[in-house]
Design a protein around this ligand. Structure first.
Ligand code: BGC
Length: 785
């Protein structure tokens, strides 16, 4: 890393007000283009890159664009391949899935000592929500609405990844996800671009620290570019199809925020966008990413995605699709084995200009130099990981911040059921997720180990000893499901164990029922579902336990919003705990017993029925909006012709932004510091107005509220969503305390994409709401004129 570029970058940061902390605040969340990344664009750096490039043969250049998974038998000839030989020849620029300092050093020594030009390797891995210390899954982390918390998670993950020899993480995943059927919603930050952008910044800042050359920084790979989350019908790897406005207004902002925060690399996605595969898409990869956003890092394909272009029918053979990917702007081929085998001949024949290859190599080398790998290629070997008290404390505190209290109704003679009071002496813990340490780690567990994970059963046992009763009740799946998902496994008969669970509940004062999904098989990549109910016989178990008349707390461990309409109506208290990581059991117990007052808020809408998917709060308006509760058949003809379902409400069961606390927050009337703001001021970037609101903790315990600001643009050249999040802030208030919270609105918040693909502001009236969820009612308005 060149010292000379650091002060420049620092100065740039100061000028635009995006120092480490303010980056994580409200500024530049909706940047229009990225600030050039001084770490990757410095003149001295480019001179080094060019000098090296000049010395490279065609084969050595291509080698830099090739990545193989040496961690398990893949690559050109599967298990027969010798990665040692490839690296010695300079025929691979990066390896993935090679974990541990000894292993990475082994290959790095070959690269540095045996390859002709001594170019270091990058070692990539899916460090997604922690490396060894496992934090909640990303959808859970997003529920904290806390970019600083996320930056802290990324920091710990980076330190551990570097100790494991990994200098490049395939994170953050910033795909907007609005369809709960899609298994990868668990890896996302949910449905909202504004929140997604804020959290994307947190991830990048935490991993890269604004200085890739630090020995404990890792390069990020922001994925999956682009719009992967919009897979039609929620089916993984499926096509996406959307207007340019939707692409830019909904799907792109988090990637842009990550690029603006200095992301070193991006990963191209499996899907096509409007008929053009994202891995061979000149519009997203070159026009937008390089030309509009000034991205100076490199793009790696997703696993095998270049080879899969053949299935997208955009070329007759591997050579053609490889050329298309390279020319579109994919610089490195992850596991596709097409750059390695088809590019050289095409450059020699003139089918691919060598300058195109040179540019890809330059981008890759820039990141390697910026990471300081030429000076410090090796990883010191450190003792095997065991979680320290500090690791556990961080994992526990983080997890507690991600648990959403969906419902907490009073129970006769008890009051609000949670937190569990002294009267609840004997607790029956029931359900297939109660004693499921492995599931606590979620999908993409990296180097996380279930032996370090704390299940809810373990945590409650520590607290309650003999006062804890336990019965599993049933498995996660039914016998039938098991047969489908796990070939040939004998079908368990749960009838007896459900009856046992009922007997256990009868002996208790309260039943805590832990239900959900199998983290490994039902959530994450290639785990889309058409049914969103609790799998197997879990609903039956829940209803049977509730029928005992004992108060029930439902704890959900899931990687997506599930369909829990019955529970929503009949179970007094519900916690969504996601897959909360290594300390998940403790964190859930902390919330159950009130040691932690929950503060998390949903970043995804919970449907009443799967048929509502994709479901999200920022819907476009319709000429025939639905009024009121229409879950019944309309009584007269007029009501019938509304945008609604004949058998279900339009609204979410639990909406975006929703999450309760053990205290109550009361909102005053929002005020705007002036009636309107001038168009020209906004366009020149210095116009701002301020919306203020008083928030009071009206309960008797301290609590943290995520104060949310929503806007509606009531008149524009292209229609705008009925509500859009444009500000949020976490505030912690003691009992009786009031805080005045202010939000600043300027071009970033008030502009939108018009039909000419221009980001504009127009004269209009805005409605503004501030409150504790997307249902916020306190309203004000202002004009843009
Ligand atoms: C996934 C990526 C991941 C890559 C490398 C792919 O199947 O889509 O998210 O980073 O594999 O493991």
């Amino acid at each position: 890393m060149e010292n000379s570029v650091k002060p420049v970058q620092f100065a740039v940061s100061i000028l635009i007000g995006v120092g480490m902390l303010s980056v994580l605040g409200q500024s530049r969340l909706f940047a229009q283009s990225a600030v050039p990344n001084a770490q990757l664009a410095g003149r001295a750096l480019n001179a080094k890159v060019d000098a090296l490039l000049k010395r490279m043969t065609l084969e050595e250049k291509i080698g830099q664009t090739v990545q193989y998974s040496a961690g398990f038998a893949t690559g050109p000839e599967g298990s027969k391949i010798s990665y040692d030989e490839l690296v010695a020849k300079g025929a691979a620029g990066s390896l993935l899935n090679v974990i541990g300092a000894e292993q990475t050093n082994h290959y790095q020594h070959i690269a540095m000592e045996k390859s002709r030009l001594h170019i270091p390797l990058m070692f990539g891995d899916d460090v997604i929500h922690g490396d060894r210390t496992t934090f909640p899954v990303p959808l859970g982390l997003a529920s904290s609405w806390d970019p600083k918390l996320i930056a802290g998670v990324a920091r710990t993950a980076a330190v551990e990844a570097r100790a494991d020899g990994i200098n490049w993480v395939f994170s953050p995943m910033v795909d907007i996800a609005r369809d709960a059927r899609w298994g990868r919603i668990v890896e996302s930050a949910g449905e909202d671009p504004y929140l997604g952008a804020a959290l994307a910044r947190g991830w990048v800042e935490g991993y890269q620290q604004n200085d890739l050359s630090k020995p404990d920084s890792v390069a990020v790979s922001v994925k999956h570019f682009a719009a992967y989350g919009a897979a039609i019908a929620g089916r993984d790897y499926n096509a996406t199809d959307m207007s340019d406005i939707t692409l830019r207004q909904v799907y792109l902002p988090p990637y842009l925020a990550a690029v603006d925060a200095g992301a070193a690399t991006l990963m191209s996605s499996f899907n096509s966008i409007n008929g053009v595969p994202a891995t061979a898409n000149p519009y997203t990869l070159t026009e937008i990413l390089r030309k509009e956003w000034h991205f100076d890092g490199f793009v790696v394909s997703d696993w095998g995605a270049i080879a899969e272009l053949r299935n997208h029918s955009i070329g007759p053979d591997g050579a053609t699709v490889a050329r298309k990917a390279l020319e579109a702007g994919v610089d490195m081929d992850m596991e596709g084995n097409l750059y390695a085998t088809t590019i050289a001949a095409q450059v020699r024949s003139g089918a691919i200009p060598e300058s195109v290859l040179d540019e890809a190599v330059r981008r890759i080398l820039r990141v390697k130099f910026a990471l300081g790998l030429f000076e410090h290629p090796y990883t010191p070997v450190t003792p095997a990981y065991a979680p320290t008290a500090a690791d556990r404390a961080q994992a526990r505190a983080v997890a507690a911040e991600t648990i959403v209290l969906l419902k907490n109704d009073p129970v006769e003679g008890v009051g609000a059921l949670l937190p569990l009071g002294k009267a609840m002496k004997t607790v029956a813990l029931i359900g297939p997720l109660a004693d499921a340490a492995q599931d606590m780690l979620g999908s993409w567990g990296a180097q996380g180990d279930a032996k370090f994970a704390v299940s809810l059963k373990q945590a409650l046992q520590e607290r309650l000893g003999d006062h804890l009763l336990y019965a599993q009740g049933c498995g996660v799946l039914t016998g039938e499901d098991e047969k489908i998902l796990l070939e040939g496994k004998p079908a368990p008969d749960d009838t007896k164990s459900i009856a046992e669970a009922v007997e256990t509940a009868k002996k208790s004062d309260v039943a805590v029922v832990a239900l959900g999904e199998d983290a490994g098989r039902m959530t994450g990549e290639a785990a889309s579902r058409t049914r969103l109910g609790l799998p197997g016989r879990q609903e039956e178990l829940l209803e049977a336990v509730a029928a005992t008349g004992k108060p029930v707390v439902l704890v959900l461990f899931t990687g997506r919003p599930t369909e829990i309409k019955w529970a929503g109506a009949h179970v007094p208290a519900i916690l969504e705990a996601w897959f909360p990581g290594m300390e998940g059991g403790h964190a859930v117990a902390d919330v159950l017993f009130g040691d932690v007052n929950p503060s998390a808020k949903l970043t995804v809408s919970f449907p009443r029925a799967v048929g509502q998917e994709p479901l999200y709060y920022a819907q476009m308006p319709t000429g025939r909006p639905a009024h009121g509760d229409l879950s019944h058949m309309p009584a007269n003809g007029e009501e019938q012709y509304q945008s609604r379902y004949i058998d279900e409400d339009n609204s979410a069961l639990f909406p975006f932004g929703w999450g309760l606390s053990y205290t109550r927050f009361r909102y005053g009337q929002p005020t705007v510091d002036r009636p309107g703001i001038g168009l020209a001021d906004l366009e020149q970037g210095h116009g701002k107005l301020t919306v203020g609101v008083d928030v009071r903790n009206a309960g008797s315990v301290a609590g943290t509220e995520v104060v949310q600001l929503y806007l509606r643009n009531t008149s524009a050249s292209v229609e705008q969503p009925v509500r859009e999040l444009k500000g949020f802030e976490r505030v912690t208030l003691g009992p009786g305390e009031t805080r005045h919270v202010e939000f600043s609105l300027g071009f970033d918040e008030l502009s939108f994409w018009n039909a000419q693909s221009k980001r504009v502001v127009e004269p209009t009236t805005y409605k503004v709401w501030v409150g504790g969820s997307s249902l916020a009612e306190a309203e004000a308005s202002f004009k843009v004129e």
